[in-house]
Write a protein that binds this ligand. Structure first.
Ligand code: ATP
Ligand code: MG
Length: 139
C-alpha cells in the first residue's frame, strides 16, 4: 500500500466538480485517508509550488491556487502515486487521455482541475505539508 497527495483545484471546486472527481478517484480503487477543504494562503501556495518558483507561470499559478477553496486529499492504494497520475491525465488537457480528470474537467494547462504528487518522495513531503501524523494514521 502507498499513499499519495492530491488537491482538487479552485477551478474544479468552483464549477461543482468535487463530487464527480471524488467518485472517479474511488472508482479507481483509492481509499480516502484524509480530506479537508481549505483556502490556501499566498505563502502556502508559494511554498507548495516552490519547485516552480523560476518558471514564467509561477505568479499566475499562485494567484490561481489561492482564488478560492480547494479540497486537500490523502489517498491510498497499491502504486498510488503512479495510478493517480494516470487518473489525472496530462498537465495540458489538450494532451490528456480520454476518461482522465483533466480531459473531463480541466479548462486549460493552468486551470487543470487537480494536482497529484509526482513521486513517492514528493508525496511524503506534500502529505506532511497539509496533514499531521494522526490524520495520516501514522501513529
Ligand atoms: P501538478 O503538480 O499540479 O499535479 P503537473 O505535475 O501535471 O501538475 P507541473 O509541471 O508540476 O504539472 O506544473 C504544476 C502546475 O502549474 C500545473 O498543474 C498547472 O496548473 C501549472 N502549469 C504548468 N505548466 C504551465 C504552463 N505552461 N502555463 C501555465 N500554467 C502551467
Ligand atoms: Mg507537478
Amino acid at each position: 500500500m502507498q499513499k499519495t497527495f492530491s488537491i482538487i483545484k479552485p477551478d474544479a471546486v468552483a464549477t461543482g466538480k468535487t463530487g464527480k472527481i471524488l467518485s472517479l478517484i474511488e472508482e479507481k480503487g483509492f481509499r480516502i485517508v484524509a480530506m479537508r477543504m481549505a483556502k490556501l494562503s499566498q505563502s502556502q501556495a508559494e511554498g507548495f509550488y516552490a519547485v516552480h518558483a523560476e518558471r514564467p507561470f509561477y505568479r499566475s499559478l499562485v494567484t490561481f491556487m489561492t482564488e478560492g477553496p480547494v479540497v486537500l486529499l490523502a489517498l491510498e492504494r497499491e502504486d498510488a502515486v503512479l495510478k493517480l497520475r494516470e487518473v489525472m491525465g496530462a498537465t495540458n488537457p489538450a494532451n490528456a487521455a480520454e476518461g482522465t480528470v483533466r480531459k473531463l474537467y480541466a479548462e486549460s494547462i493552468e486551470r487543470n482541475a487537480m494536482h497529484g504528487s509526482d513521486a513517492p518522495e514528493t508525496a511524503a513531503v506534500e502529505l506532511a505539508y497539509f496533514f499531521n501524523s494522526i490524520e495520516l494514521n501514522q501513529l
